[in-house]
Write a protein that binds this ligand. Sequence first.
Ligand code: JAH
Length: 262
Amino acid sequence: MRVDIVSIFPEYFAPLDLSLIAKARANGTLRLAVHDLRTWTHDVHRTVDDTPYGGGPGMVMRPEPWGEALDALAPDELSPDGHTLPRLLVPSPAGVPFTQAMAHELAGESHLLFACGRYEGIDQRVLEHAATRMRVTEVSLGDYVLFGGEVAVLVILEAVTRLLPGVLGNAGSLDEESHAHGLLEAPMYTKPSSWRGHEVPEVLRSGDHGRIARWRRDEALLRTADRRPDMIAALSAESLDKRDRAALERGGFQLPPGDVAK
Ligand code: JAH
């Protein structure tokens, strides 16, 4: 996968030289480049922002440097290495929610291009214009405001690159994790079995794989109902059986009637 990142703070991306992302870059799984937006400014002050039309506080990123950056990184002609146009991703509190499903979708792309906004964001015409040439997605990590898109790009890249073939050693660990089955994961424990007066649940030391699987399922259901009622409400009719319902009722949770009954 090829990834290009455009930002006025390329130094934010130093962590991409660490750990498993660095390894994926070294072995050619990931071809990643970070670009300074000011490369595509031409005035002495290398200006990237200006005041907003219609008034209001803050500044908006000027369209011209972004236009040149996208021309350079997503040329109209197919590049000599046969790469197609990138998928443009723009972190924004006004974007569509980023999910594990979107991470899987992005892991199937051959070229991602990230545009990091700062201030009050990027002139909307940049995205409008880019959409005439490539797929453009404004994406949000949650309902809060950052200084800019840089940290959001680090998060998205970590979620996506760990799904690339060969990046995670243990192939089995991908489908048992939180969000893969629409529930939060049960708690995990390691040695020692007793630590500062806190014990590992007996069932996990029983060696009874059936009981362990049932316990983990119950714990996953209970903590999801407690912490993420939205995820319980989103479960399909088939995903909760009678034992699941019984576990939730034992935990004192009221199930919505009908759609999650079985
Ligand atoms: C803030 C440009 N959903 C997380 C998120 C993503 C991007 C931004 N804020 C929050 C942001 C200012 C300028 C992007």
